[in-house]
Design a protein around this ligand. Structure first.
Ligand code: TYD
Ligand code: MG
Length: 471
C-alpha cells in the first residue's frame, strides 16, 4: 500500500498546501494550517471503458416546471427577514458566530415558534445534554412545546434516528464542530470531519425535503475548523454578531440561494432570551449626547431597511511619530481614503493627529455611503464645533473630492424625518427625494462644501487652540 501522504489544511478556509506555512496562502489567516491525512481519490467508480450510458434526463429550462420555494416562517420576524421569508423545505442554512453569542438561544426560540405552528422540529445537540437544553428552553418559555431533542454527535446515528420516524420539517444541528462521522478518520472538529458530516446532512436534506440548520462556531485558533470551510456546501449562510459589552445582536445574511443577501435581523439579548428589535434606529441612537463635537448621524441602509447610527470621531494631536488610526465598526482603508481626500482637497491637516473612529452601539457599517458622515464627524472633532443635533448625513466620497449620490435617498430621508430629524446633508443630484417633507435638504457637490458647512471659518488646519462646544 502506498504511504499515507499528509497535507496541511487551513481551518479558516479549508484550502490545502503541501507544506506547513505560518500564513495560509489561500485566505491569508495566520496559524491556521493543521496537518491531516490526504484524502485519496479512491477507486474510480466509473472505470474507463465500461461503456457508461448517457444520462437521459437532459431537459431544457423551459420544460422544467417552475416551483416557487415554499417558505415556513419561524414566527421570529427578524430571523425570517434575514432568511428572506422563512425556512425552505430541503434547504440547508448555516448560522455562524462566536461562542456564547446566542446561536443556541436563537435556534431554540425558532424551534419553539415552528413547533407551535404545528411543524415537527428535531433539535440535535452535540454540546449539551438534553437536560441542559431543556433548562434553556424553560428560561425561554419554550419548555411546553413538542420540540424533539436528541443528544448525539455521530452523523450516521443521527441520520438513522431521523429516518426512523416521520420526516421532520426542520432539523437543527448544534454544532457542526462536534459532528463525527465514521467515513472520515480524523478527529471531530477537523476540516475533514466537519465537511464529511455536513455533506451527509446536505444529502439528507435534499433527499428527504427536511430543512436543516447547522450551527458553526467561529474559531479563534487553528485547531478547530470554522464555519467558512462549509459555506460553499449550504444554501444560506448567516452570521450572528455582537460586540462584547453590548446587548444587541445582528443576524447578517452573507449568502442566500433563496433570497436577498443584504438583510439583517436585529435582536437584543435579555434574561428571557432574544428580543426582536423592530426599529433599530431608535436603539442605536438611544444614548446619544447630541452636543459633543465629533458625532455625526449617518442615515444608512441595511438591505431594505433604513438604519440611523451615530458615528463618533476623535481627532487629537499625536505624540507619536506615526499617528494612530483606530476604527471600530467601519473599514480601516476606507477611513484612510476619507482622510487623504480631506487633506488633498480640503486642506484639512490631519497628518499630526491621532484619529479614532467609532460606530456607536457596536454596529458595523459596510456601506460607502457613510463617507460623508465620517468626514463630517472628523471635521467636527478637529474644529471642536458640534454638528447640529437634528441633522443626518450620507453620501459617497470619490478620490477627486466629489460627493456622489447613493441609492435609496428617499428612504434614508424619510427615516430621519420619522425620528424627528430636521435636516439632511446629502449629495446633489440625489434621485427620488420625497416631496412635501419636513426635512431641510442641504446638497453638497464637493467635499470642501461640507467642510465649510461644518467648520465655517474655524481653523481646520490643525489649529492648536481647539475650541469646545461650551465656548
Ligand atoms: P448561547 O445561545 O448558549 O450561545 P451560543 O450557542 O452561541 O454559544 O447563549 C449564551 C449566552 O447568552 C450566555 O452567556 C447566557 C446568555 N443568555 C441570556 O443572557 N439570556 C437568555 O435567556 C439565555 C438563554 C442566554
Ligand atoms: Mg450553543
Amino acid at each position: 500500500m502506498a504511504k499515507e501522504k499528509s497535507v496541511y489544511t487551513c481551518t479558516e478556509c479549508g484550502g490545502t498546501n503541501a507544506k506547513w506555512l505560518g500564513k495560509c496562502p489561500h485566505c491569508g489567516a495566520w496559524n491556521t494550517l493543521v496537518e491531516s491525512v490526504a484524502e485519496s481519490a479512491g477507486k474510480p467508480r466509473y472505470a474507463a471503458g465500461r461503456g457508461l450510458l448517457p444520462v437521459e434526463a437532459v431537459s431544457t429550462l423551459a420544460e422544467i416546471e417552475a416551483t416557487d420555494a415554499d417558505r415556513q416562517p419561524t414566527g421570529i420576524d427578524e430571523l425570517d427577514r434575514a432568511l428572506g421569508g422563512g425556512i425552505v423545505a430541503g434547504g440547508v442554512i448555516l448560522i455562524g458566530g462566536d461562542p456564547g453569542i446566542g446561536k443556541s438561544t436563537l435556534l431554540m426560540q425558532a424551534a419553539a415558534g415552528l413547533s407551535r405552528g404545528g411543524h415537527r422540529v428535531v433539535y440535535v445537540s452535540g454540546e449539551e445534554a438534553v437536560a441542559q437544553v431543556r433548562l434553556r428552553a424553560q428560561r425561554l418559555k419554550a419548555a411546553d412545546t413538542v420540540v424533539l431533542l436528541l443528544a448525539d454527535t455521530i452523523v450516521e446515528e443521527i441520520l438513522a434516528t431521523l429516518g426512523y420516524d416521520k420526516r421532520p420539517d426542520l432539523v437543527i444541528i448544534d454544532s457542526i464542530q462536534t459532528l463525527w462521522s465514521d467515513m472520515a478518520e480524523s478527529a471531530p472538529g477537523t476540516v475533514t470531519q466537519v465537511r464529511t458530516g455536513v455533506q451527509a446532512l446536505v444529502k439528507y436534506a435534499k433527499s428527504s425535503g427536511a430543512a436543516v440548520i447547522l450551527v458553526g462556531h467561529v474559531t479563534k485558533d487553528g485547531q478547530i475548523a470554522g464555519p467558512r470551510v462549509v459555506e460553499h456546501m449550504v444554501d444560506a449562510v448567516l452570521y450572528f454578531e455582537g460586540e462584547g459589552g453590548h446587548h444587541f445582536r445582528i443576524l447578517r445574511t452573507v449568502k442566500n440561494r433563496f433570497g436577498p443577501t443584504d438583510e439583517i435581523g436585529v435582536f437584543e439579548m435579555s434574561d428571557i432570551g432574544l428580543r426582536e428589535v423592530q426599529n433599530p434606529s431608535e436603539l442605536f441612537l438611544g444614548e446619544r449626547n447630541a452636543k459633543a463635537p465629533g458625532a455625526a448621524v449617518f442615515a444608512g441602509m441595511e438591505g431594505t431597511r433604513p438604519v440611523l447610527v451615530e458615528i463618533q470621531a476623535l481627532v487629537a494631536p499625536s505624540a507619536l511619530g506615526t499617528p494612530r488610526r483606530a476604527v471600530v465598526g467601519w473599514d480601516q482603508p476606507r477611513l484612510a481614503m476619507v482622510l487623504a481626500v480631506l487633506e488633498a482637497h480640503c486642506a484639512v491637516r490631519l497628518g499630526q493627529h491621532d484619529v479614532y473612529l467609532n460606530v456607536a452601539g457596536g454596529f458595523r457599517i459596510s456601506e460607502p455611503a457613510a463617507d460623508l458622515a465620517v468626514a463630517a464627524a472628523l471635521v467636527s472633532s478637529l474644529s471642536g464645533l458640534a454638528l447640529p443635533s437634528d441633522c443626518v448625513y450620507f453620501g459617497e466620497i470619490s478620490l477627486s473630492g466629489a460627493v456622489r449620490p447613493v441609492a435609496h435617498s428617499a428612504q434614508r430621508v424619510k427615516e430621519a424625518e420619522k425620528l424627528g430629524f430636521g435636516q439632511a446633508v446629502l449629495p446633489s443630484l440625489s434621485a427620488d427625494l420625497p416631496k412635501g417633507r419636513d426635512v431641510t435638504i442641504h446638497e453638497v457637490e464637493h467635499l470642501p462644501d461640507l467642510v465649510a458647512r461644518v467648520a465655517g471659518g474655524a481653523g481646520v488646519g490643525g489649529d492648536p487652540t481647539r475650541r469646545t462646544a461650551e465656548d
